[in-house]
Structures are given as structure tokens and as C-alpha cells.
Design a protein around this ligand. Structure first.
Ligand code: GLN
Length: 305
């Protein structure tokens, strides 16, 4: 299967580049606005442990909101179901940085993958610990999951977001006003911006997703029950208000980030990372979504059949 998959990915890479329908890079984080949108990479780790890649699969990119899956995994490992007192698990149907939704729900974010929910998750990880320790836990989790210590935070991306992330500042202050932030807003946000600024390659991210996909031989960083729950949340909330469209087109749980990455899980079968920095109207990778759709169709991977 590995050689056939490798051939398919190389065709897919050529198609995506030919079509050149890249979308727009995120501009609200100045460092991300500098990235060339005409890039595409994909890495697929299958249940037999083989890795197939194409395009820019070894280039590092900013994982941004994909980090929210891993910070939630850390929190679930630490306090389990207690986190659900502070954050819901319903799809949002609203933009990832919606302030309106947070006001309507009186400070309890709809799910842990929209920004407000992820800020609460990070705040929980920070409770009783320093930002350095909380970040070490998230980066350490990723390193253990990928079995690769060469995973780091890009400090210039974190600083860039700290300078321009006014909506997140508003969300954190709102959460604080509702009593749903344990730490000072600036401290939680600083940690959150650094977590979003972790950079990884497609190969590293696909390897890190093996445990969530429940692949044989994956490092045991998360229990099977928690992995199932992460998949359920990714399916329903992983692409914000584009989650329904993604489920319809791809049929697999996924998590996107504004850096243009997508972590895609075919439970029991494969862990996939796709990167193309141009975004669609929902803030999800445009070419990456197309690639996910074609890969799932080609392989016959779906959680619905
Ligand atoms: N760091 C980004 C933000 O908070 C993450 C958003 C995303 O990737 N969708 O705005």
C-alpha cells in the first residue's frame, strides 16, 4: 500500500499546484501574513507504521489552533471531566474568535476549539503552575506523541500575535469578567499565544496524531476513551463554522489552524497532516481541505461507512 499511497500523494501534490487555488493567508497575525500561500505539503502515517509524503512535508509551519487538541489532551489527562464545568462541547456555528457567542453564553465557551474555549483550557493548565511549566507540558506531550524532540515554539510568531491579538485580549477579559479565568488575562494569553506558535512539519504532526488515531504501536500519550472523545470534538468543532461542510466533504475528524495546517484522523487507519497556508472564508486551509477531501475519497476512509 505504501508505494501506491506515495504515488497518489505525488499526483495530488501536482494537481493542487496546477489548480493554484490557494486562498488568502491570515493577515491579523503579521508574521503569518508574510508566508507565501503557494505551498502545499502532506504526510500520511498508516496503521502499518509506514509514512508517505508529498510536497513541503518537511517544512515547519505554525500549528496555531491545532495545538488546542493537544492542550485539551493534557488537561483531560490532568483533571479529566472537570474541565466541562468551564467549557462546553457543542459546535459553535460562529467564527473562531466570536465575542458575541461568549456574551450570549455568559462566559462559558461553546467548545474547547474556538479561541475562548482554548483560552480557558490553557488557563486550566496554568493553574498553580508557571507559563513555562504549562508550555513544557504541551510541547513535551507533542514530542512524546511524535517521538521527536525537535519540536519548538517560534517566539517571533508568539510576539507578533501578542502585539496584534486584540480580539483574544477582548475574549480573555470577557472570560475574566464572568469569573471563568483563574489567572490574570495577560498571563493566560501569553501562554496561549506561545502554544499557538509551536511549529512543526507535516511529518511531525502526522506522527503526533497516531495516538489520537489509535494506530497500533503509537506512544501511549492518551487513553483510547479520551482519543475517541477528542475525535468526536474534532468532527463537530474542529473547523469552527465550517465543521459541517468539512464533515460533509471529508467525513473524518480534523482540526485546522490559521497557519494553514490540518490534522486529519482516520480512526484505526491513519493519521494525516496537511499544510497549505492560504485560507478559505472560514479560516481553514483552502487547498488543504480539497486535499483532505480527495485523499479520504481515494482511500475510502470515512467514519460514516
Ligand atoms: N492563535 C490564533 C488565534 O488565537 C489561533 C486561531 C486559529 O488557528 N484558528 O487567533
Amino acid at each position: 500500500m505504501a508505494a501506491e499511497l506515495e504515488r497518489f500523494l505525488s499526483r495530488l501534490n501536482a494537481e493542487i499546484r496546477d489548480e493554484a487555488d490557494w486562498g488568502m493567508v491570515a493577515t491579523y497575525i503579521p508574521e503569518l501574513a508574510e508566508v507565501d500561500p503557494q505551498q502545499f505539503g502532506i504526510a500520511v502515517v498508516t496503521a502499518d507504521g509506514a509514512i508517505a509524503t508529498a510536497g513541503d512535508a518537511e517544512r515547519r509551519f505554525s500549528i496555531q489552533s491545532i495545538s488546542k487538541v493537544f492542550s485539551l489532551a493534557c488537561v483531560l489527562g490532568r483533571i479529566g471531566d472537570q474541565i466541562w464545568a468551564r467549557v462546553g462541547r457543542e459546535p459553535s456555528g460562529a467564527r473562531f474568535d466570536s465575542i458575541l457567542l461568549l456574551e450570549r453564553e455568559q462566559g462559558r465557551p461553546r467548545n474547547p476549539f474556538i479561541n475562548a474555549g482554548a483560552i480557558v483550557t490553557t488557563d486550566e493548565l496554568l493553574t498553580g503552575r508557571t507559563p513555562r511549566d504549562a508550555l513544557s507540558e504541551i510541547v513535551g506531550f507533542l514530542r512524546a506523541a511524535a517521538e521527536d524532540d525537535d519540536i519548538h515554539i517560534d517566539k517571533s510568531v508568539a510576539a507578533s500575535e501578542a502585539e496584534s491579538g486584540f480580539r483574544n485580549v477582548a475574549l480573555a477579559n470577557y472570560l475574566k469578567s464572568y469569573g471563568n479565568l483563574n489567572n490574570p488575562p495577560q498571563m493566560t494569553l501569553g501562554t496561549y499565544f506561545h502554544q499557538c506558535a509551536i511549529e512543526m512539519t507535516c511529518v511531525q504532526l502526522a506522527l503526533a496524531g497516531r495516538a489520537i488515531a489509535g494506530l497500533p504501536g503509537a506512544p501511549s500519550v492518551v487513553s483510547a476513551v479520551k482519543a475517541r472523545r477528542l475525535n468526536a470534538l474534532m468532527m463537530l468543532c474542529g473547523h469552527y463554522d465550517g465543521s459541517g461542510d468539512f464533515a460533509f466533504r471529508v467525513g473524518l475528524p480534523g482540526k485546522s489552524g490559521v497557519g494553514g495546517g490540518i490534522l486529519l484522523i482516520a480512526p484505526g487507519r491513519a493519521s494525516v497532516a496537511i499544510w497549505s497556508p492560504g485560507l478559505n472564508a472560514y479560516g481553514n486551509s483552502k487547498a488543504g481541505t480539497v486535499a483532505a477531501e480527495r485523499l479520504a475519497a481515494h482511500m475510502g476512509w470515512s467514519v460514516f461507512a
